[in-house]
Unconditional design. Sequence first.
Length: 235
Amino acid sequence: MATGVLYVMSTVVSGLIKIGKTTTDRFDGRMYELEHNGYRNVTGLRRRFAIEVEDYDEKERMLDDIFSKARVPGSELFALDINLAIELLSSFEGRQIYPRSSTESKSKVFDDAAKNHQEHTDIQNIPEGIYYLDRKRPPLHVEMVVEDDMLTIRAGQRVAEHDSDSIGDRARELRRSNVAADGTVRTDVHFSSPSQAAAFSTGHACNGWAQWKTADGRAIDVFRTRQNSLPQSLQ
């Protein structure tokens, strides 16, 4: 029974992921190749989860069957929520290869993937339209567009000029790349959660489900399928 690695990678295209397999001894080399060269004209690949399992060929075929409707024909690409794929792979018996088990356990990966998948499901329940984040001191008014299950802050808006230590790494990275010194957003920016969009706008960690409001002043938390509270920052 052959042992090998099953892995999941994100891509530069939101909602498009790669699920693949390789031998254990080739894993690092394969990741380097894909992260530097892309796959089938898709760039920005980044390893997200990998597990060494027995009979990896059969398990990959099982994954193909489960996600067959989301598969891009003739490829290892899937139009699929990456958290759902990670959740399934992390449920397999095997040795976690990435993230390294010493820094993030399989159970934590599973729990985080399940939470993020629920977040993705909740985002799909937000009606398409424009939502607002307002702050009196210092004055701030930001609009977030929801369209095709994507959360976007359009170029030309003004967000907070400075960020605090509480902001998550991803939101800070997005601000560094897309916000001018005066707080002007230079290009359209897409987000994986309302809280990430709120942190980008305010410069500090906050619960975006409570901060973003409808035109009539309701928090977008009313659209969620479950009303339990999330941690203040989902970066």
